[in-house]
Write a protein that binds this ligand. Structure first.
Ligand code: NDP
Ligand SMILES: O=C(O)C1=N[C@H](C(=O)O)C[C@H](O)C1
Length: 268
């Protein structure tokens, strides 16, 4: 069997650890490199050290070393880092799976541009459950377009640096598209003081940060005399790592193109 040669960017991070563990356990994958930031405390350590395993793959900050033998880079870092890795991968024909969130419009355009020369899976949430939930939201939104107020509520751990989460924003986009609204025009990200009554055409977002919450997302459709809540809760980051490996397998026969987890899971 030809094993997928995978390098992990963000190797010393929360997702980096889950991804390294998943790659080491997968029969069809081999860990060929591990990258982290130049100031990472993990630099020089064996990538499997946190598991008590010796992989022979050190964590380095030099892309030439970390990505040299890779066919795939799985990147869960920060937007600035991901965009540097993307440029390298595009120049060296390495397939990318991008889980990083918090990109601005220019960052998203750069990813789309790179995907004309390499295949990229770019998704704010790699879990099967969240992506099936997106489909449920599409159906629900079409039926609750009138007479129901729509609110997206998300909760994450205290270390998360972007808000709302990439998943919450994607949920908002899916809902807005389903009911013919433009999220850029109808999203409300904060409320304080005398806000006036709720504008029924808006989609509201609420963010909770605390403790070690892995990732909870609820969409509330609040009508007259009833409320519908569609909720997904992650209990472990393993689900994102397994989804990332599915995304890599999906890219095996691709030479270019921008894909998301709806493509990977055949949900479109
Ligand atoms: N799509 C999905 O399914 C999921 C997406 N995410 C997203 O993944 C990203 C990472 O999350 P998480 O693992 O919790 O975060 P962590 O902070 O735990 O890990 C990020 C890692 O990337 C490193 N890093 C930061 N900048 C660079 C850079 N320029 N080059 C190389 N490495 C860099 C960090 O190093 P240092 O700490 O030294 O700065 C750290 O080791 C976030 O954007 C998060 O929202 C998370 C879970 C699921
Ligand atoms: O930072 C996280 O932890 C997560 N980030 C992603 C997001 O922003 O949606 C996915 C998941 O919710 C965990």
């Amino acid at each position: 069997m030809n094993k997928m040669k995978i390098a992990i960017a963000g190797a010393n991070g929360r997702m980096g650890h889950m991804l390294i563990e998943a790659v080491l356990k997968a029969e069809d994958a081999i860990l060929t490199g591990a990258l982290d930031a130049s100031n990472s405390p993990g630099l020089g350590n064996d990538a499997g050290m946190f598991l008590g395993e010796k992989t022979g793959v050190p964590i380095v900050s030099d892309m030439n070393k970390a990505f040299r033998d890779a066919e795939y880079v799985i990147d869960f870092t920060r937007p600035a880092g991901t965009l540097e890795h993307l440029a390298y991968c595009a120049a060296h024909q390495i397939k990318m799976i991008i889980g990083t969130t918090g990109f601005d419009e220019n960052g998203k355009k750069a990813i789309a541009a790179a995907s004309t020369s390499i295949p990229v899976v770019f998704a704010p949430n790699m879990s099967v459950g969240v992506n099936v939930t997106m489909k449920l939201l599409e159906i629900a939104a079409k039926n609750f377009a009138e007479g129901y107020d729509i609110e997206v509520i998300e909760a994450h751990h205290r270390h998360k640096v972007d808000a709302p989460s990439g998943t919450a924003l994607k949920m908002g986009e899916v809902i807005a598209k389903a009911i013919g609204r433009d999220l850029g025009e109808c999203a409300i990200y904060a409320r304080e003081g005398i806000t006036g009554e709720r504008d029924p055409s808006t989609i509201g977002f609420s963010t909770i940060r605390g403790g070690d919450i892995v990732g909870d997302h609820t969409v509330l459709f609040a009508g007259t005399g009833e409320r519908i809540e569609i909720t997904h809760k992650s209990a472990s980051r393993a689900t994102y790592a397994q989804g990332s490996l599915r995304a890599a397998r999906f890219l095996t026969d691709k030479t270019s193109g921008l894909f998301d987890m709806q493509d990977v899971l055949h949900l479109k």
